[in-house]
Design a binder for this molecule. Structure first.
Ligand code: ADP
Ligand code: ADP
Length: 231
């Protein structure tokens, strides 16, 4: 059974003439990294926002772990789906530890459990919790902030991670490090990941599978990353 199933999903934003996503069907297996590529405006970010219900489809159905997402409570969604975006928008007036604690706090975990989890998450992304936990986002480099964004999204150990150009705004060397570290982490965590990028090299490197969104949301799928180059 797929972890994520999109079944003829369409989304037309209010006032827009044409759909941002049209009749998109896609099955995503547990533990795979699927990369969505395609020209700017083809609906990649919209697809992620549909999966985590930040927006509702105009038509079609979305299932996660076999459940129709419309039957999943907001708390359950936060537990099951982590979301990372470019320039993550850490809360500037919260410390790194408080930022990373966002989802566990929403879920009302007790203090001890939250603090242990925050330390574990910061360790996971290569930041020493004692050095960084009490700092504020503006005191971090771009790469460090992006690590915190990943840690925050992993808050309640979601099975699904939606990553929208997570390493997009980072210098090339740091970016390469983050990609490598993330792939190593994924080796252990085996999340189901939907990864959006406009960078073909990144797509080939990160993806187990690549889906190309075209103008009409027609999808070409490459079952090996290398085959994307055939399009
Ligand atoms: P991509 O991530 O592939 O660049 P998006 O999903 O951001 O594409 O956008 C798809 C289309 O939907 C674009 O035409 C964009 O202008 C439009 N769009 C995106 N977000 C909104 C919004 N909140 N309201 C109206 N139109 C939007
Ligand atoms: P708030 O609800 O306080 O405005 P945000 O919406 O900014 O908080 O979300 C904070 C974090 O919670 C995000 O980084 C993301 O990891 C997680 N999150 C928020 N909404 C969702 C969602 N619909 N699905 C999955 N995770 C979410």
């Amino acid at each position: 059974e797929p972890m994520i199933r999109l079944d003829r999903v369409s989304k037309t934003y209010a006032g827009a003439g044409t759909p941002a996503v049209a009749e998109l069907s896609l099955d995503i297996a547990p533990g795979e990294i699927i990369v969505l590529v395609g020209p700017s405006g083809c609906g990649k970010s919209t697809t992620l926002r549909l999966i985590n219900r930040m927006i509702e489809p105009t038509s079609g159905r979305i299932h996660i772990g076999g459940d129709d997402v419309t039957d999943v409570s907001p708390d359950q969604l936060r537990r099951r789906i982590g979301y990372v975006i470019q320039q993550i928008g850490l809360f500037p007036h919260q410390t790194i530890a408080e930022n990373v604690a966002t989802v566990p706090r929403m879920l009302r975990w007790d203090r001890k459990r939250i603090s242990a989890r925050v330390d574990e998450l910061l360790d996971m992304v290569g930041l020493d919790p004692r050095l960084y936990g009490n700092r504020y986002p503006k005191e971090l480099s771009g790469g460090q902030a992006q690590r915190v964004g990943v840690a925050r999204a992993l808050g309640a150990d979601p099975s699904i991670m939606l990553m929208d150009e997570p390493f997009g705004a980072i210098d090339p060397i740091t970016r390469e490090n983050l990609q490598n570290e993330f792939l190593r982490l994924q080796d252990e965590l085996r999340k189901t990941i939907v990864f959006v990028t406009h960078d073909i090299d990144e797509a080939v490197k990160m993806g187990d599978r690549i889906a190309i969104l075209g103008k009409q949301s027609v999808i070409h799928q490459a079952d090996t990353p290398e085959r994307i180059l055939a399009f």
